[in-house]
Design a protein around this ligand. Structure first.
Ligand SMILES: NC(=O)c1ccc[n+]([C@@H]2O[C@H](COP(=O)([O-])OP(=O)(O)OC[C@H]3O[C@@H](n4cnc5c(N)ncnc54)[C@H](OP(=O)(O)O)[C@@H]3O)[C@@H](O)[C@H]2O)c1
Length: 308
């Protein structure tokens, strides 16, 4: 549920909350567009009196800080008198960081922390990256042939992958705070980088160009990959091409790799990644872990996490 709010919950993280009374789900919520109301407030409003004695499951520690836009969730949840609160991740924000847990325990409920943490951290990756690394969570997307090409020698690259892969990639765009291409791709393809999924057209994120050249209206420029430390978004999708991919990889600024591979062989053509300054094979191993794999017929999608 937390993933439903991704790309729309700024300036707040997208959180999911479920309230269970006995064996029934009595309330569900995720962070609303614009960041308020919070997931807990939505779920509590649905559950009403049924939250008394119930179990509240939440992906992130309820906030302990008051805000002009609403009450602290730790107080809201405590006042609803659940018997138990299950929190997947502690909130590293210094205004909360354990204070939400303490306040819930003081209100009399049992609090369990860390259950389902791995899954919840995936939905909170952007928020956690910003807190821990001071930059957005960065995903590199590559659409390649079986032999790892992203274009013919002529530059033609539309389309290597099929419509299901492209629709999946548009879903990734919708959940991202910003999308980037290099100036070579801008010159070759003049991509729109919007979301063309029915009903999600309004989800199109901030568009960024890496490099020089004319900047289309509404786009912003990055002069170097390290400019991501200045970006006010939680997640960035790098859509290539080979030079941009190499630039982010060389700076070790890729956290997740989406590899869409089509059953075509291109042979001589454009390699998917340019020079990353690799000194030897030792440094190439153990950097990436396959975390998901699925068929998007006729293609295959593999998702890798940077092993840190
Ligand atoms: N199949 C796919 O998934 C896919 C996706 C995208 C693109 N493509 C294809 O890939 C080809 C384009 O790839 P490409 O490698 O030529 O171009 P590119 O990666 O789109 O852009 C390269 C440019 O990025 C800028 N850049 C690179 N590293 C930088 C750094 N460290 N700091 C600042 N700027 C940096 C430079 O711009 P300046 O020279 O302006 O400074 C460089 O010329 C096209 O044929 C396109 O169709 C395929």
């Amino acid at each position: 549920m937390a993933e439903r709010g991704l790309g729309r919950s700024a300036p707040n993280p997208s959180v999911g909350c479920i309230i269970v009374a006995g064996s029934r789900v009595v309330g569900r919520g995720w962070t609303a567009p614009g960041g308020r109301p919070h997931a807990e407030a939505v779920a509590l409003a649905q559950a009403g009196e049924k939250s008394r004695g119930a179990t509240v499951y939440v992906t992130l520690e309820p906030c302990a800080h008051q805000n002009g836009r609403g009450a602290a969730c730790a107080d809201l949840v405590g006042a609803a008198r659940p018997a138990r609160v299950v929190i997947a991740c502690r909130d590293p924000d210094p205004r909360t960081n354990g204070a939400g847990i303490d306040r819930l325990r003081a209100s009399g409920c049992v609090v369990d922390v860390g259950i389902g943490q791995g899954v919840a951290e995936r939905a909170l990756a952007g928020f956690l990256s910003r807190k821990r690394l001071r930059r957005p969570f960065i995903t590199l997307k590559l659409a390649t042939s079986m032999d790892g090409r992203i274009a013919l020698s002529s530059g033609e690259s539309r389309w290597i992958t099929g419509s299901r892969s492209r629709a999946h990639a548009h879903g990734e765009r919708a959940r991202s705070g910003a999308i980037l291409v290099g100036s070579g791709t801008m010159r070759a393809d003049a991509p729109r980088l919007d979301v063309r999924l029915e009903g999600l057209e309004d989800r199109s994120p901030v568009r960024l160009l890496l490099g020089r050249g004319e900047l289309p209206r509404g786009w912003q420029r990055l002069r170097a990959p390290t400019d991501v430390y200045e970006l006010p978004v939680d997640s960035l999708l790098v859509e290539g091409g080979a030079g941009a991919a190499a630039a982010f990889l060389a700076e070790d600024l890729v956290d997740r790799l989406l590899l869409y591979r089509a059953p075509v062989i291109i042979g001589e053509g454009k390699a998917s990644v340019g020079d990353i300054g690799l000194g030897g094979l030792d440094a190439a191993h153990k950097r990436w872990t396959l975390v998901d794999q699925r068929r998007l017929a006729p293609d295959v999608l593999e998702i890798y996490d940077r092993t840190r």
